[in-house]
Design a protein around this ligand. Sequence first.
Ligand code: COA
Length: 188
Amino acid sequence: MKHILNTIREDLKNAREHDPAARGEVENAIVYSGLQAIWAHRVAHWLWLRDVKGPARILAQATRFFTGIEIHPGATIGRRFFIDHGMGIVIGETAEIGEGVMLYHGVTLGGQVLTQTKRHPTIEDNVTIGAGAKVLGPITIGEGSAIGANAVVTKDVPAKHIAVGIPAKARPRKDGECIKLVDPDYYI
Ligand SMILES: CC(C)(COP(=O)(O)OP(=O)(O)OC[C@H]1O[C@@H](n2cnc3c(N)ncnc32)[C@H](O)[C@@H]1OP(=O)(O)O)[C@@H](O)C(=O)NCCC(=O)NCCS
């Protein structure tokens, strides 16, 4: 129980840090669909791992109905995960997401094949993925990297790179860009 409360507190703090528009904790818990989606996912993933798969899928679909965020219960997601604006997010079954990852609306972490294999991306720690970006296939986005808005990424992105465009091209991040990537004041 203590662990659950600590996780909820950490998520609320994380939302405040990522959105300058965030206000009180109770209000944030009610209005941030990204928070509701990750909380529901944690329950759905817990059920999924215990082979209670039907209820896990139903919970995930109900969450999608209310938030516009579809996270397959099989997806593995680390701490301090935040989705800003919600809506139009799809995260596939075999996606693996590290800690401190942030997604904007319209992001897809999708597959390119229909086989029951690892077919969705691995997103390492502290990656930011811009609005509308599509990250497809069992590729890895390296730690501390960023994907630009509306990019389509089908190849690995090394750590501390920025990838933009269709198909996305990656370049190393310059010093100082870290602040830009984690401070939503630059975006919103
Ligand atoms: C990718 C990103 C992090 C790059 O930031 P940056 O390194 O500061 O880039 P700059 O703004 O200096 O632009 C560098 C070049 O990349 C281009 N560029 C920037 N973002 C791009 C994108 N998403 N797609 C294509 N090209 C992009 C710029 O036009 C510029 O081109 P130029 O050199 O020919 O003039 C940022 O542009 C981005 O897309 N962030 C996501 C923001 C988001 O999703 N916000 C949603 C808020 S609701």
